[in-house]
Design a protein around this ligand. Structure first.
Ligand code: SF4
Length: 516
């Protein structure tokens, strides 16, 4: 190890996951997976099964030998060649399913251990990896999916995302953090990277230094969702682009060395930041990385919630990007293959995944737009989706997730479709559904959030949901608030209809759902 895991001397205060990580680093399991692929599912030890996360692989529900895999797509930047490889993996091994996650990654299901080496190699052949997409390490870096083509970004963050990703990926200095660790970097003025819900986030800012206006970033730490959600706190610091990696390494070092390792549910960076406060955190950061400039001018103008559907002009004159709706983030291998073809035939060969679980085709010359919009695959993955379907997000749920209490994805899709057929609204309502409090579907930031639970009925235990209203990020960031009561899954539409009717009736002009 390049650093000393000094907490190893305090074993009495470490949770069982920490002890397992000291026995064997999570990254060591990647080599072992090649062996397990030969010896079979039954030969995997329970500790190693847990370490599979560092390879981006989890057991899927029910635990019968199938796995799900998450693949990193930093800032959602995906080439057509990479998309074809992803589609091929889904077609050959994953029963055709491709899910876009709320962190711009892609998930496969139904994989078997003997297939993993081939999948790792297919991914590596196009510069992709599932490694450290899960586990107690820096996860896929999220950011502006439009980086490089965005009329609303201060600088192109593509090279920074790559440098940051390369710094942390497979880096054994940071492969044993107290818990998962999420980084966001975006220079989009509409907060495309969802800064406030990340452990570490960089958002666009400017500062006059030596008489010149410099473009750089403000830094946020300690955000995160799950059962005890926290909004990140902004540090009094302005960071030049060339300082981003240094600062990210500094913050991650603090998390590694001072983060809590006693209780698993009290280990995220957010708990340390909440205890220390932003000032003490910054002092420690400066001890590690040296002096930094104080805060400059914030350039966040609002929040686009990660939505880019429709045809829009790029920064490059004459070119447009086409944002497509992928209902609840799920598409087939064939659809992804088709999108790769469209990216090559009409665009610049590039696709972008969004944290709203949607996808974008970039670099389309304006004169080709009309023809592109006639392509068959865009009938379902349309740039002009109906309101509720367009803004519906869902986690994996009980279909594949071992922690889930209820079914989510198909339920969310059907609810959105029902509301599209029965409710007319002149503005979007963002709905997020999650199958348990872990909140992978980010229900806290939704206009209407649904969180799965179970209730006892005369006919036994049934799927039900707590309903939360009024979440948003950006200038007025706040998590949504729980309504009283719990609604049966089969009656969800009946609970939502009056809510929407009341909102429609009573809202003032220009008032959005979170004001209400
Ligand atoms: Fe599973 Fe819960 Fe995450 Fe949904 S929110 S994917 S149910 S852990």
């Amino acid at each position: 190890m390049a650093y000393t895991a000094f907490w190893a001397n305090d074993r009495g205060n470490l949770n069982k996951n920490e002890l397992a990580k000291l026995e064997k680093d999570g990254l060591d399991v990647i080599e072992d997976i090649y062996e397990y692929a030969k010896t079979g599912f039954e030969s995997i030890t329970p500790d190693d099964m847990d370490r599979f996360k560092w390879a981006g692989v989890y057991q899927q529900r029910p635990k019968d030998g199938h796995f799900m895999m998450r693949v990193r797509i930093p800032s959602g930047n995906l080439s057509s060649d990479q998309a074809r490889v992803l589609a091929g993996i889904a077609r050959d091994y994953g029963k055709d399913l491709v899910d876009i996650t709320t962190r711009q990654a892609v998930q496969f299901h139904w994989l078997r251990v003997e297939q993993l080496p081939d999948i790792f190699e297919r991914l590596a052949s196009v510069g992709m990896s599932s490694f450290e997409a899960c586990g107690d390490c820096p996860r896929n870096i999220v950011g502006n999916p439009l980086a490089g083509i965005d009329p609303h970004e201060l600088i192109d963050t593509t090279p920074l995302v790559k440098e940051l990703s390369d710094t942390f990926l497979m880096n054994r200095d940071f492969s044993n953090l107290p818990r998962k660790y999420k980084i966001s970097i975006s220079a989009n003025i509409y907060n495309a990277g969802h800064a406030e819900i990340n452990d570490l986030a960089f958002t666009p800012a400017t500062k006059v230094i030596d008489g010149e206006e410099v473009i750089g970033f403000h830094v946020w730490v300690g955000g995160g969702l799950s059962a005890r959600p926290y909004l990140a706190q902004q540090l009094d610091v302005f960071v030049r682009p060339e300082e981003v990696v240094k600062v990210a390494v500094g913050v991650t070092t603090i998390f590694r060395d001072y983060g809590y390792r006693q209780k698993r549910n009290h280990a995220r960076l957010k708990f340390l930041v909440a205890d220390w406060g932003a000032e003490k955190f910054l002092e420690k950061l400066k001890e590690l990385v040296g002096e930094l400039n104080t805060r400059g001018e914030d350039k966040i103008a609002g929040w686009n919630a990660g939505y880019f559907t429709g045809v829009h002009e790029q920064r490059q004159p004459g070119l447009s990007y086409v944002g497509l709706s992928v209902p609840v983030g799920r598409m087939s291998a064939q659809e992804l293959e088709e999108l790769a073809r469209l990216a090559d035939e009409y665009g610049s060969g590039s696709l972008r995944t969004c944290n709203s679980q949607n996808i974008v085709i970039t670099g389309v010359p304006n004169e080709k737009i009309e023809l592109l919009l006639k392509e068959k695959v865009l009938e379902r993955l349309t740039p002009y989706p109906k309101h509720f379907t367009a803004f519906a997000v869902s986690c994996t749920g009980i279909e594949f997730c071992n922690l889930a209490l209820v079914e989510t994805k198909e339920r969310m899709r059907q609810l959105a479709e029902y509301l599209d057929a029965h409710v007319e609204l002149d503005e979007p309502i963002r709905m997020h559904m999650v199958g348990c409090p872990n909140s992978c579907g980010q229900r806290q930031i939704a206009d209407i959030g649904f969180q799965g639970a179970l209730i006892k009925t005369e006919d036994g235990m049934k799927d039900a949901f707590d309903i939360f209203l009024g979440g948003t990020l950006g200038r007025n960031a706040q998590f949504n608030q729980k309504l009283k009561g719990r609604v049966l899954g089969e009656q969800l539409h009946r609970a939502v209809l009056p809510l929407l009717a009341y909102y429609k009736e009573e809202k003032q002009r220009g008032e959005s759902f979170f004001d209400f």
